[in-house]
Design a protein. Structure first.
Length: 326
């Protein structure tokens, strides 16, 4: 790979060269969610950044590729594909000493036991003796059987409705259109495996698997806290004091919820079996967080009632803090 084609994958993901695999994955998911084409329709700059982010994650998220990238810089891909296999004595050496790629191979074969650089033993398309191999073609042949097809990871954005009910998506992967079925109950950062739709091996041309990482778009009412689906529901002061029965939306319809008298703002009530689907087929719980909302516009009669209540009220909610001092 020419030096002009070299990309700093660490800079693209915004991580240091000592970043852990988990830090790399976290940075990738954050950026993939930000620049995903589904969330930036028609934005060519976001589309280009999204491709670079996926490319960086494909290399740095694979320990073997990352090791070669760190060691060989802009030449890492040639080494990874077997066109310049890493040999004893090369370490993280300076490749600028070679006039061209054939000179590098000639030197490499010399260190494996054949003629060294300038010895004339290697020319493009010919073979030279190596230690344990009949020549360069045999050397590559030995590597071909050891190179597994790489897996690929890509983000896919779903609405909460699509994730809850399941959905079929048509995706474009390597200029190929494929239909993918996302099962019901997909959660954020869960992965869906598409067998045989990853990147092809540079040797065998067999394809690895494609893993789709689920990203959930924000919903105006529902959100997750751990495994529970959570929502926030407003109630009036009289409902909080006297208790009430109210209607609450769930993913598959509205249900009645009984509120006991004397609840406080921020208190949560549980709707069992009305939350997110589990892998077992059962449903999780939905947590309803109550928020007491005071009315701003009062009718004359309402205002009169509240004023009477203030006059006759015996409850003091601030009694416990009257003696607080520093």
């Amino acid at each position: 790979m020419p030096a002009t084609d070299f990309k700093d994958y660490y800079a693209i993901l915004g991580v240091s060269k000592t970043a852990s695999l988990e830090e790399i994955k976290k940075a990738y998911r954050k950026l993939a969610r930000k620049y995903h084409p589904d969330l930036n329709p028609g934005n060519k700059e976001s589309e280009t950044l999204f491709k670079e982010i996926n490319e960086a994650n494909e290399v740095l998220g694979d320990p073997e590729k990352r090791k070669k990238y760190d060691q060989y810089g802009q030449y890492w891909q040639q080494v990874h594909e077997g066109r310049a296999p890493a040999g004893e004595g090369f370490g993280g050496g300076d490749f600028s000493q070679y006039g061209n790629f054939d000179d590098f191979i000639s030197e490499l074969l010399g260190r494996f036991g054949g003629a060294g650089r300038g010895g004339g033993a290697y020319q493009t398309g010919r073979t030279a003796p190596t230690r344990g191999f009949g020549g360069f073609e045999d050397l590559l042949g030995g590597l071909r059987g050891q190179a597994p097809a790489p897996d690929t990871e890509a983000a896919i954005a779903l609405t909460l409705s699509e994730a809850f009910h399941g959905v079929q998506k048509r995706l474009k992967v390597n200029d190929e259109k494929i239909d993918v079925r996302i099962p019901a109950g997909a959660k954020a950062e869960s992965r869906v495996r598409i067998k045989g739709k990853g990147q092809p091996s540079p040797f065998s041309q067999q394809r690895g698997d494609l893993y789709l990482v689920i990203e959930l778009m924000p919903h105006p009412f529902f959100k997750f806290e751990g495994d529970n689906l959570v929502c926030e529901v407003p109630i009036t002061p009289d409902e909080a004091v006297l208790g009430a029965e109210i209607k609450v939306p769930t993913p598959d319809g509205t249900v009645n919820l009984k509120i006991p008298g004397g609840v406080r703002s921020g208190q949560s009530l549980r709707l069992r079996g009305k939350g997110w689907p589990k892998p077992s087929g059962e449903r999780g719980d939905q947590m309803v967080k109550l928020q007491i909302v005071a009315p701003k516009d009062l009718s004359p009669l309402e205002r009169e009632c509240y004023e009477k209540l203030r006059t006759y009220r015996s409850f003091n909610p601030r009694l416990s803090i009257e003696q607080v001092r520093l």
